[in-house]
Design a protein around this ligand. Structure first.
Ligand code: BGC
Length: 355
């Protein structure tokens, strides 16, 4: 086997996405060979295929995409801790070469010099190929009972990190948060809500839609769905807010919506140039006079993968299964990258070849 099929793009070039033949993964990528089973698709992938984001590995024209992955180990040396048949997920980010203090401590999600790389996104091939190689340090075993639901691990790590940091910030003083508001009922918002409910918080999820799968998923969690035009007092006064849309206007512009000490975590990424009507003076007063915290959170380190794996293992598998609204076989890959209104998570399925 000298070539394998992979979904690739020429970064920066719109409509360059294609199913192409790419060379087999090089040995130096690591001692574990994994066969890809499934790839989850998110907004970042769509930005990359639109030519707005992403970089190829040095000296190469094309980037293999795919950072949300699920695979099965095909071959692994005995000292790797993995064996053929294990269900696994590859970590996305790699530490920068310096490395900065954060990367040196394994906190590559907090890299301070921006020289980190990310598989399928920034300077490193992703997982949307029939096979990939990897070092065990960057591979996480998934409970086999999860099956294809293991593909939800990477998005769950993003919210596991957000929760980890919210709780770390919260420990700066005595605090007993009760209500949580999540903005956005996409996969990140719904997974953030899952972790909120698992922590016993009164949880509100706000989105634009009025019917369909998203409000239903919120209710099935035991959380309250709030239509964005209809923000209730209770939701508006939440102690913790996790923003999962990239549209932060709603959170920052109205005094009545920031009534007390609050931790706001931004996980959504907005387009540059978004028009703003935020009053910086009011924002300042709201933050300072209430000891509030507004912070951003991206990516995840190995600890967050472990936390996310636990959260998924404790979740109702039927609820997790309903987050995956479409599974598209590799032969029909263009369909996987086309957005449909009631999509939550679309998954691209790779042929199931046993190891
Ligand atoms: C991924 C993160 C990544 C971020 C920025 C997200 O879609 O889940 O792992 O750090 O994009 O590239």
């Amino acid at each position: 086997m000298n070539a394998m099929r992979a979904i690739t793009v020429i970064p920066g070039k719109q409509d360059s996405v294609a199913l192409t033949d790419m060379p087999e993964p090089p040995e130096e990528d690591g001692p574990v060979l994994v066969r890809t089973r499934a790839i989850g698709i998110c907004g970042t992938d769509l930005e990359i295929i639109n030519g707005e984001y992403g970089t190829a590995p040095p000296g190469q024209e094309r980037l293999i995409v795919g950072h949300e992955s699920l695979g099965r180990v095909a071959e692994a040396a005995p000292d790797t801790g993995f064996k053929a048949g294990d269900l696994v997920v590859g970590i996305v980010r790699r530490r920068d070469p310096v490395p900065c203090p954060a990367c040196a401590a394994g906190h590559w999600d907090m890299c301070i010099n921006d020289r980190y790389t990310e598989r399928g996104i920034k300077g490193r091939h992703g997982y949307a190929s029939e096979r990939y190689r990897i070092h065990p340090e960057h591979l996480v075993a998934v409970d086999p009972a999860l099956g294809v639901l293991g593909v939800l691990l990477e998005p769950a790590t993003v919210v596991a990190k957000a929760w980890d940091h919210i709780e770390k910030i919260g420990r700066r003083a005595a605090w007993a948060p009760e209500a949580v508001l999540i903005t956005g009922a996409g996969p990140i918002g719904l997974l953030a809500a899952l972790l909120a409910v698992q922590r016993g918080h009164q949880t509100y999820v706000l989105d634009l839609v009025t019917e369909g799968r998203k409000p239903e998923m919120v209710r099935r969690l035991g959380a309250t769905y709030v239509h964005s035009g209809d923000l209730t007092e209770a939701a508006a006064e939440a102690d913790i807010v996790i923003e999962c849309t990239g549209f932060i206007q709603l959170l920052l512009d109205a005094k009545s919506r920031h009534p007390r000490y609050r931790i706001i975590c931004l996980t959504g990424v907005s387009a540059v140039g978004t028009e703003s009507v935020i009053d910086p003076g009011l924002l300042n007063r709201n933050m300072v006079l209430r000891n509030s915290v507004l912070f951003g959170s991206v990516n995840a380190n190995r600890e967050h993968y472990e936390l996310a794996a636990k959260a998924l293992a404790q979740a109702d598998p039927r609820w997790l299964a309903d987050l995956i609204t479409r599974q598209v076989p590799l032969d029909q890959w263009p369909d996987a990258y086309a957005r449909r209104p009631d999509d939550i998570k679309t998954v691209l399925g790779f042929p199931d070849v046993s190891p």
